[in-house]
Design a protein around this ligand. Structure first.
Ligand code: PEP
Length: 244
C-alpha cells in the first residue's frame, strides 16, 4: 500500500484532429474515474478546444520565458490554456530535437517554476539494455535533473519510465522488467530522500494497451502509464484509465 494516486497520461504525439478532441472528451466524461487522475497531452493547437475542467498537458515546452525563440511555446502561454502538465524529455524529442540531459533539466525547472507538473521521461535504447548498462544510463538521466532542481522538487515531478525499444513498437516491457526499473528509480531517489521517493509517481510507457495495462499497473512501483498510440483510441484509453 502507498499513498500515490495513479495517473494515466495520453500522449497524442503529432496525431489527432478536432473530431478526436470531441470523441475523447465525451468518452471520458461518461466514466467513473474517481480514484485516479488522467490527463490528455494533445498537440498544442488543440489545447483551447477542450472543455474547461479537462486535465491537459503538453508534449514539450520551451526552457525560455519569452522572446526570440521561433517555433517555441512558453509555460505562461500553456498556463493560460489551462495546462497543468508538461511532458519533458520524451525520447522522440531527445532524438529528433537533440534535447540533451541539460536542456531537459532546464525545462523541468521552468515547468516547476510556473507551477505546472513536469512528466519527466527517462528510458534506455535497446543496445544499452543489451550492454548491461541500463541502470547507469537511467541514473545519469535522473542525476542531470537532480543537479538542476534538487530532490525536494521531486514532490512535484511525475516520472515516466519509457524503454525506447518499447515505444510504438508493440513490444511492451514485461511487468517484471518494468517493476525492476521502477524500483531502481525509486531507490535512486531514496538515496537522497526516502519519503520523497516513496511519494513520487512513476509511470510506465511503451506499448501500453487496454489488454496489458492491468498487469503492468499491478506492479508495486508502477503508478500508472504514459500512453502513446492507445491514447488515440477513446475506448482503449478509457479501459487503460479504468485499469489504473
Ligand atoms: C509514448 O510515446 O510515450 C508511448 C509510450 O508511446 P506508445 O504507447 O505508442 O508506445
Amino acid at each position: 500500500t502507498n499513498t500515490r494516486r495513479p495517473l494515466v497520461a495520453g500522449n497524442w504525439k503529432m496525431n489527432g484532429d478536432k473530431s478526436l478532441v470531441e470523441k475523447v472528451q465525451s468518452h471520458l466524461a461518461q466514466a467513473e474515474l474517481s480514484n485516479m487522475d488522467w490527463v490528455i497531452c494533445p498537440p498544442a493547437p488543440y489545447l483551447g478546444l477542450f472543455d474547461a475542467g479537462t486535465k491537459l498537458g503538453v508534449q514539450n515546452v520551451s526552457q525560455f520565458d519569452s522572446g526570440a525563440h521561433t517555433g517555441e511555446v512558453s509555460v505562461s502561454m500553456l498556463k493560460e490554456f489551462g495546462c497543468g502538465y508538461a511532458i519533458v524529455g520524451h525520447s522522440e524529442r531527445r532524438e529528433d530535437n537533440f534535447e540533451s540531459d541539460d536542456v531537459v533539466a532546464q525545462k523541468v525547472a521552468k515547468v516547476l517554476d510556473a507551477g505546472l507538473t513536469p512528466i519527466l521521461c527517462v528510458g534506455e535504447p535497446e543496445e544499452v539494455r543489451e550492454a548491461g548498462t541500463l541502470f547507469d544510463y537511467i541514473a545519469n538521466q535522473l542525476d542531470a535533473v537532480l543537479a538542476e532542481v534538487g530532490i525536494a522538487a521531486f514532490t512535484n515531478i511525475v516520472l515516466a519510465y519509457e524503454p525506447i525499444w518499447a515505444i510504438g513498437t508493440g513490444k511492451t516491457a514485461s511487468p517484471e522488467q518494468a517493476q525492476e526499473v521502477h524500483a531502481f528509480i525509486r531507490g535512486h531517489l531514496a538515496k537522497q530522500d526516502s519519503n520523497i521517493a516513496a511519494g513520487t509517481v512513476i509511470l510506465y510507457g511503451g506499448s501500453v494497451k487496454g489488454s496489458n495495462a492491468k498487469e503492468l499497473f499491478s506492479q508495486a512501483d508502477v503508478d500508472g502509464g504514459l500512453i502513446g498510440g492507445a491514447s488515440l483510441n477513446p475506448e482503449d484509453f478509457l479501459s487503460i484509465c479504468l485499469a489504473a
